[in-house]
Ligand binder design. Structure first.
Ligand code: ATP
Ligand code: MG
Length: 573
């Protein structure tokens, strides 16, 4: 169990004081209520961690409730993906998975009860008229001419609505509250509308469907929820939430609003994400660039990292944009501690060590994880033909370029010092195809006995033993920090990053990764953290996704190592 003090927030403060006052007989019962009209995204993860997290810490309960009151956009595929994602995040609704549609009979009865109490009426205004009558923020609304209908007439009309005797859009059931209220949500809001649409669970049983505001508070009440946590957009709906439950005199959960998560360089709206999927801007809901839970999972994020992120960003009452770096750091920190290091070359340049024996293969010892000694070491083959990164070599190096260049000596990580003797080019294109180098056998392990210094350490793989793979590098999906911040008439999609995916088809990885499974995560030295793709990898072809790049460069590592050595020397003196 987590320490409550560490993750305290204003919602937990409310719960603490409710518990003190023995409100709800000391129960804590929350719910996560997704609408099954798309895949869950990282914003939903915040809500899931909050609701399920509170239930866990207070030994309470959290329900999973599909808010399926709008049959137009809903789909079973979405229901299944939502269940998968909540489970994957590490939460369990046990036997408490519900659907708002489970309550359609009860909701209908509650509507009749409201009519009987004179608090709801059937209104025949068209939707445009209703809008006109509603007034504006500065002007009060006007009463509908149907507002004065008798209870009997309303009961009879509502019955006809249910039986499908009226046209779609001809009438709605409205709450009778106050057309002059300063809160537009309270100006006789619609509670039921006619929709002749087949529902994914109730089929054609109903041709009227409850509105969100009506269904939501009553579903909360039926499930005996104690704290109904939602995002800030619902602040203005809270008086309606309270009004309905008061009029019906039923169990009354407390609605509490918090700021929704906005993440930089992406969009968190199912409608927009659906548009990206449908328009082919991404490769499905689980495209590794998507901010969906399934996309992040495929990219290589662990559920632990996402929970950690949600904890770190906290819960506030004002909207803001969280920088994508915060999300990236959540996985970086975990993988820095845990991941196996390997050497991989993603833009290969062939290197031949001319003075190295042709058939010889040496086993070089390499450290698996400098952050965790218990992970030990492994052996990496070294031979005459190697690959290094193309950008670790420059034929005419500028001043600050310290890596390999003609005539220059560098260290190959864990192995030897090598010196570039000759650059081999393609006759026709002039492209560099190979470097001919020599090695110094005295520098085994990457140390020179004469104290000779080199300014760079490169990673490498032995060509013969290397495993070929495809590597996919990702960048932000959008170029702009807030992609929806656009001039009038400009589409947010104009901010899509056309370079968000770079696919490298001929990469070479050291043979130690042989036999690793889908979802396996590694640090490729100097390149970042990578994960085997769960969709496109096969026995024949390995595909790696870059989860995130490395924050720390070798410069820092080397500096730290130097420092350590100096300290050692000091101590031994
Ligand atoms: P979207 O705008 O993506 O369609 P939504 O609010 O319509 O989101 P729902 O399925 O209704 O999606 O959301 C389920 C729960 O998740 C709600 O309680 C909602 O408040 C919460 N939620 C949705 N988006 C976010 C977000 N960005 N940050 C935090 N909570 C969110
Ligand atoms: Mg919603």
């Amino acid at each position: 169990m987590e320490n409550k003090k560490d993750n305290s927030n204003f919602i937990r403060d409310i719960i603490d004081s409710d518990l003190k006052a023995n409100k709800n007989e000391g129960r804590v019962h929350t719910r996560f209520p997704p609408e099954p009209n798309g895949y869950l995204h990282i914003g939903h993860a915040k809500s899931i961690c909050l609701n399920f997290g509170i239930a866990k810490d207070y030994r309470g309960l959290c329900n999973l409730r599909f808010d399926d009151t709008n049959p137009v956009k809903e789909d079973v595929e979405y229901v299944e993906s939502i269940k998968d994602d909540v489970k994957w995040l590490g939460f369990d609704w046990s036997d408490r998975m519900f659907y708002s549609s489970d309550y359609f009979n009860e909701l209908y009865d509650y509507a009749i009860e409201l009519i009987k109490r004179g608090k709801a009426y059937v209104c025949d205004l068209t939707s445009e008229e209703i809008r006109e009558y509603r007034g504006t923020l500065t002007q009060p609304g006007k009463n509908s001419p149907y507002r004065a209908r008798s209870v009997e007439e309303n009961l009879s009309l509502f019955q006809q609505l249910k039986e499908g005797k009226l046209e779609d859009g001809s009438s709605v059931l409205r709450a009778k509250i106050d057309m002059a209220s300063s809160n537009l949500s309270m100006r006789d809001p619609a509670l039921y509308r006619i929709r002749r649409i087949t529902h994914h669970r109730t089929g054609d049983k109903w041709c009227i469907y409850p509105m969100y505001d009506f269904a939501h508070c009553l579903s909360d009440s039926i499930e005996r929820i104690t704290h109904s946590i939602c995002t800030l957009e619902f602040v203005n709906n809270r008086p309606l939430y309270d009004w309905l439950l008061e009029q019906l005199n039923v169990h009354h959960p407390q609605q509490i609003e918090f700021a929704r998560l906005n993440l930089s360089h992406t969009v968190l709206s199912k409608r927009k994400l659906l548009e990206l999927v449908k328009g082919g801007y991404v490769d499905g809901w689980n495209d590794p660039r998507m901010p969906t839970i399934s996309g992040l999972r495929r990219r290589g994020y662990t559920s632990e990292s996402i929970r950690k992120f949600c904890e770190r960003i906290g819960v506030a009452k004002f909207n803001s944009i969280v920088d994508a770096v915060v999300l990236e750091n959540s996985i970086r920190e975990i993988l820095n501690q845990k991941s196996q290091r390997v050497m991989a070359v993603i833009r290969p340049l062939r290197v031949v060590i001319d003075n190295y024996p042709e058939d010889k293969v040496e086993k070089i010892e390499a450290i698996n994880n400098p952050e965790d000694e218990t992970m030990g070491t492994r052996e990496v083959p070294f031979s005459r033909v190697l690959y290094i990164e193309k950008d670790d070599f420059m034929e005419e190096p500028p001043k600050k370029f310290f890596r390999l260049a003609p005539g220059r000596e560098v260290r190959l990580r864990y192995a030897y010092f090598i010196t570039c003797q000759k650059v081999v080019k393609n006759d026709k294109t002039g492209e560099i195809v190979e470097l001919r180098c020599t090695y110094d056998p005295e520098t085994k392990g990457g140390n020179s006995p004469d104290g000779r210094k080199v300014k760079a350490t490169l990673h490498w793989v032995s060509a013969l033993e290397a495993i070929k793979a495809e590597v996919r590098l990702y960048d932000h999906l959008f170029v702009k920090r807030d992609p929806t911040d656009v001039e009038e008439g400009v589409d947010y999609k104009s901010n899509l990053n056309s370079n968000s995916l770079e696919s490298l088809n001929t990469c070479f990885i050291e043979p130690s990764i042989k036999g690793s499974k889908i979802g396996g995560r590694y640090q490729f030295e100097r390149l970042g953290y990578f994960c085997i793709d769960s969709v496109d990898s096969s026995a024949e072809k390995l595909v790696f996704n870059r989860i995130v790049s490395l924050r720390d460069t070798w410069a820092k590592i080397d500096k730290a190592a130097k420092q350590k050595n100096q300290n050692k020397k000091k101590n031994s003196k």
